[in-house]
Design a protein around this ligand. Structure first.
Ligand code: SAM
Length: 294
């Protein structure tokens, strides 16, 4: 294979067919065939020769090849053994790729331990991936919550997921996913990727979104409390705060917390930005009786 590009898609497809491969919808197996778009995503990730990269779902290895050339090392995690084999062959010249055959998530809340073991412990690292729909939102949340999280995440996801990630308060997309990620990252929609550039062609549109880690504003326990509050509030996002919180902590305490946070009982969760939600979470926490000792 030349350094300039990868084998023609017709050749790769012939290999896949010869091995009896059929793309599985449940694994989101839509390959990005357009080399210019693959290169654009690698540019979006702004990789340098010292960068360590995690790629989830290398598929046939089309993106992996460019990541391996741009970065110091790549950990590529693929659930489908047939694809892992095809990707390995495509990237045979790339000695800096570690291949892991695994479901990247052990549960909705935890990375597969074999994947966690491959991630850098000290050095900064980046996620760059064309993510399968089934894991995109939980995976990003899990990675954001790691003790040593990615410095940046540049991911191609379904357009609706990208819009939820980068949403602003007061819009229909603003919710637990936006809040979870924007607690730690700035989020930006980077580029639309038309469905025609994939095989098989997906029924949805896709968008590249970029997340850049920010210095921690909250301690881990404050973050956990805020997330628990957000989960409760957004289950009833259109209802007044006073009503929702009263059911949790009683009416008097709810009104007191809302006032302390500088909010109104008639405000709705979907209109509150990160600062307001953080203040509300702190005010609810302050009302709780201290744990008894002895
Ligand atoms: N990176 C390739 C590309 O851009 O053409 C393929 C991207 S495709 C959207 C998603 C890939 O993720 C598939 O190769 C699929 O087999 C893999 N995959 C799906 N679920 C996975 C999981 N839970 N863990 C690891 N890989 C997964």
């Amino acid at each position: 294979m030349s350094a300039a590009g990868r084998p023609a898609w017709t050749d790769v497809r012939a290999v896949l067919e010869a091995r009896g491969f059929r793309p599985a919808r449940r694994f989101g197996q839509n390959f990005l065939l357009d080399e210019n778009m693959v290169r654009a995503i690698v540019r979006d990730a702004a990789l340098g020769p010292e960068d360590r990269v995690l790629e989830v779902g290398p598929g046939c290895g089309f993106l992996t090849l460019h990541l391996a050339r741009a970065a110091r090392s790549v950990v590529a995690v693929e659930i489908d053994p047939r694809l892992l084999e095809v990707a390995r062959e495509l990237c045979a010249d790339c000695a800096n790729v570690r291949w892991v055959l695994a479901d990247v998530l052990a549960s909705k809340h935890a990375l597969e331990p074999r994947v966690a073991a491959e991630l850098p412990r000290v050095e900064p690292w980046k996620l760059v991936a064309n993510l399968p729909y089934s894991v995109s939102a939980p995976l990003l949340a899990v990675l954001a919550g790691l003790a040593h999280p990615p410095a940046t995440m540049t991911v191609l996801v379904q357009k609706e997921v990208a819009e939820r990630i980068a949403a602003r308060p007061g819009t229909p997309d603003w919710g637990p996913l936006s809040i979870r990620l924007q607690l730690d990252y700035t989020a930006r929609l980077v580029r639309a990727v038309p469905a025609a550039l994939f095989w098989p062609r997906p029924e949805v549109e896709s968008t590249v979104v970029e997340l850049v880690r920010q210095p921690a504003a909250l301690a881990p326990e404050e973050k956990a409390e805020l997330q628990a509050l957000v989960t409760r509030l957004f289950q009833r996002r259109r209802q007044a705060l006073g009503r929702v919180l009263s059911e949790d902590v009683g009416r008097a305490a709810a009104l007191q917390a809302i006032e302390r946070a500088g909010l109104q009982p008639g405000d709705r969760a979907e209109d509150l930005g990160l600062d307001a939600l953080t203040q509300l979470s702190a005010a609810v926490h302050a009302l709780r009786p201290p744990p008894t000792t002895g």
